[in-house]
Design a protein around this ligand. Structure first.
Ligand code: SF4
Length: 291
């Protein structure tokens, strides 16, 4: 198999075979993201080459492969015909495949429309991992996410209506001190409209070579303290009314929260209240991420 540029995958795809379908990210403007800031530029790999890699992987792993993730940052942006062809092929080669997943931002999902998503579902796309980050339009504009809440809602609903699982990632603290309450409320509002299968929490950690780190250093972005992040998390969870699986499977979080909503809501809020009684110094220290 051949790989080019940074290869990231969600923690839940740790055991998946990684077959690179695209290189880089076609958006590459989010102010908090360093992944592709130094390139390479976005490219879609040649379908014939991707198929060669799939065949190579089958020589190595045989029929052991159960899940496949197709990096890189926004593989959903590939032409629908090409993505369908790859998914169909990978399913033909690995006969015991249970899941095929990609990363996709709402604006590129939205471009597919419900019909395009249904075609991908028919081909065998099982799940899309989407960086929602926030449901607050002020924050989405500030962080240059390239989408807004209405588009996120439409795209998310189409994914679910097409029969594809939806995993939405929320960044706690991404609104800073001045947007913490709108961030929690508006994100819950968007989640309530979409009712995703998974809500995955990450806590904002500034990364080197990112515009948001410059904002922190010049004082225009004020980061939340650990207690403020926990308060924001509690407000978010209180306002989520739909059924979804909430997890915080990430090293950036101050506490681990896992549970099905709404059944686990009280237990999760009690856990947050317990953590709020601890001294802030007992949580992980502030750090600047390098990868
Ligand atoms: S869409 Fe994703 S990969 Fe692309 S710049 Fe934003 S966070 Fe980074």
């Amino acid at each position: 198999m051949r790989y080019k540029g940074p290869i990231y995958r969600p923690p839940s795809e740790a055991n998946s075979l990684l077959i690179q379908a695209t290189i880089g990210c076609p958006h590459n403007k989010c102010t908090f993201c360093m992944v592709y800031k130094n390139g390479p530029r976005f490219m879609v790999r040649d379908v014939a080459e991707i198929k060669e890699d799939i065949l190579k992987a089958s020589e190595i792993y045989g029929q052991k492969v159960r899940t496949v993730f197709l990096p890189a940052g926004n593989t959903i942006a590939m032409k629908t015909d090409d993505l369908c062809e790859i998914i169909t092929f990978v399913k033909k080669v690995f006969k015991r495949l249970e899941r095929v997943t990609v990363y996709g931002s709402s604006q590129y999902i939205h471009k597919k429309g419900l019909q395009g998503l249904k075609r991908l579902a028919d081909a065998g796309l099982s799940r899309i991992h989407v960086g929602l980050e926030s449901g607050d339009d002020v924050i989405l504009k500030r962080i240059k996410k390239g989408t807004f809440s209405q588009e996120q809602i439409e795209a998310g609903k189409w994914v679910i209506n097409a029969g594809i699982e939806l995993s939405l990632y929320v960044i706690l603290g991404i609104g800073g001190k001045d947007r913490t309450i709108p961030h929690a409320r508006e994100t819950a509002r968007v989640l309530n409209h979409i009712e995703p299968d998974f809500i995955r929490l990450r806590t904002f950690v500034p990364k080197i070579n990112t515009p948001i780190l410059d904002e922190i250093q010049d004082g225009s972005f004020e980061m939340l303290t650990p207690h403020e992040v926990l308060q924001e998390t509690a407000l978010l969870i209180k306002n989520i009314q739909v059924s979804s699986c909430l997890t915080s499977d990430h090293y950036t979080n101050y506490i681990n929260l896992e549970g099905r909503l709404p059944e686990s809501k009280n237990r999760l809020l009690e856990k947050i209240n317990g953590a709020l009684k601890k001294d802030e110094k007992s949580f992980r220290p502030f750090f600047i991420g390098t990868e």
